[in-house]
Ligand binder design. Structure first.
Ligand SMILES: *Cc1c(COP(=O)(O)O)cnc(C)c1O
Length: 424
């Protein structure tokens, strides 16, 4: 079981790392490495935290599929009542296959929706399109009319609030490509209301990802609430407020209480929405799945180059790109602790032919030897979903732990599968 004292389901039983009670070495032995291991129990716990904190208001949790789009995960989230935030026709297809009952709880975000993706979403009967431009609105109206459907829409407004996070994952400033400037929104809503095939029913906002303070969320929702009231004053029947995702987690060693953190977020949002009758939509990704997962990798070699000591693992940037892409920090822990080993400072790197292929630089860990297993923690979100086949490496396998049982939810690909779409 997940200890309530730890935000991670990866805990030592004696000197052996376990995921929700299941021995990680045994998993690596059975399924090979690199291996993503997730705790389904930990995912349910995070959804439970959100459900509890938002219980006083009408709400739907629309899990952001891009954070980790595993069909097995989507199936389980659908079963416990979640909706989904999708950003492509491919993600819609995932939801249709893994959680068909949840299609009516899907919101469709993204700045570049294509006609075929709109058609698929209209046919499927999703809950809401988060429209990001007037040109998109026009195309959506056209597609809805062609299919004899009505598209329920929210405009994704850009509230121009600054959220302190990595510049690549900040989205709520007027200089970003996302959304429609909030000042212009009333005029665009007016147009939307006049378009056949379009029914404006919501307002949506998403200011970025890995945001650790509640103030930017509160500021954004405050601005959106004002807009909702103004639009209602103009006679529009706005029923949904989509507050987006973005709630951050602690990737380092610092104390982190996810439950207290979610409570703070919920209290801030609920207080901004006090007295407003509305159906709140939430689009968490990272908060739900990041800490439930780890990437397990085996040390292939160690070597000394000048002053630098290198630990070369069988996982690489193509399996987990966050350190290379955002200089993101992941805790790296030995799967078996040895009291007799000293500490050592090293660069922990993958085999891919790029100097950017590192997981950690100048990191102190227990001295690692060839054959040892390490766990890269908090890798459940934006890990496997960003994996590539660079260097013609197959994707890691994935295992889900539920109630003390390990289930393989994605086997390692074969080379035949890897090359299947290629012609020569
Ligand atoms: C990526 C994204 C999310 C999820 O963000 P997290 O930081 O993972 O919670 C939610 N909504 C939209 C529109 C997104 O693009």
């Amino acid at each position: 079981m997940t200890s309530s004292a730890s935000p991670r389901p990866f805990l030592y039983a004696g000197d052996h790392l376990a995921c929700s009670g299941v021995d990680v070495s045994a998993l690596a032995q059975e399924f090979g490495t690199p291996l993503y291991v997730y705790s389904g129990d930990a995912v349910r716990e995070r959804i439970g935290m959100m459900e509890r904190e938002f219980a006083p208001v009408t709400h739907t949790i629309c899990y952001a599929v891009k954070a980790n789009s595993s069909l097995a995960l989507l199936a389980r989230l659908g079963t416990i009542g979640c909706g989904f935030d999708i950003v492509s026709g491919g993600e819609l297809e995932r939801v249709r296959r893994a959680a068909p009952e949840a299609v009516s709880r899907v919101v469709f975000s993204g700045v570049g929706k294509q006609a075929w993706e709109m058609d698929a979403a209209l046919e499927a009967g999703i809950l809401l399109f988060n429209v990001e431009s007037e040109a998109e609105l026009e195309l959506l109206a056209e597609r809805a009319q062609a299919l004899g459907k009505t598209a329920r829409i929210a405009l994704r407004v850009n509230p121009d609030v600054f959220a302190e996070t990595h510049p690549y994952i900040s989205t709520g400033l007027s200089e970003h490509k996302f959304g429609i400037a909030i000042a212009r929104a009333p005029e665009v809503y007016k147009r939307a209301a006049g378009l056949a095939g379009i029914e404006p029913v919501g307002v949506s906002v998403h200011i970025g990802s890995q945001i650790r303070s509640v103030e930017p969320f509160a500021a954004a929702v405050q601005r959106v609430r004002k807009l909702v009231e103004q639009l209602r004053g103009d006679g529009l029947q706005i029923r949904f407020l989509d507050a987006g995702g973005g709630v951050g987690i602690e990737y380092g060693k610092a104390e982190f209480d996810p439950s207290a953190s979610m409570e703070k977020y919920a209290v801030a949002l609920r207080s901004e929405l006090e007295g407003l009758e509305i159906h709140l939509l939430l689009e968490p990704g990272r908060f739900v799945i990041a800490q439930a997962g780890a990437l397990i990798s085996r040390v292939l070699y160690t070597k000394q180059n000048g002053k630098k000591h290198f630990v070369i693992t069988d996982a690489a940037m193509n399996d987990l790109i966050r350190p290379a892409l955002y200089h993101a920090h992941h805790e790296i822990v030995p799967v078996v602790r040895h009291a007799s080993r000293s500490q050592q400072v090293s660069d922990i790197v993958g085999p891919v032919c790029e100097s950017g292929d590192f997981f950690a630089q100048d990191r102190e860990t227990q001295a690692l030897h060839a054959g040892d297993l390490v766990a890269l923690l908090d890798a459940g979100a934006y890990g496997m979903s960003l994996a590539s086949h660079y260097n013609t490496r197959v994707h890691p396998a994935e295992v889900l732990i539920e109630a003390g049982e390990a289930k393989l939810i994605r086997r390692r690909e074969t080379f035949d599968e890897l090359f299947a779409a290629e012609l020569f």
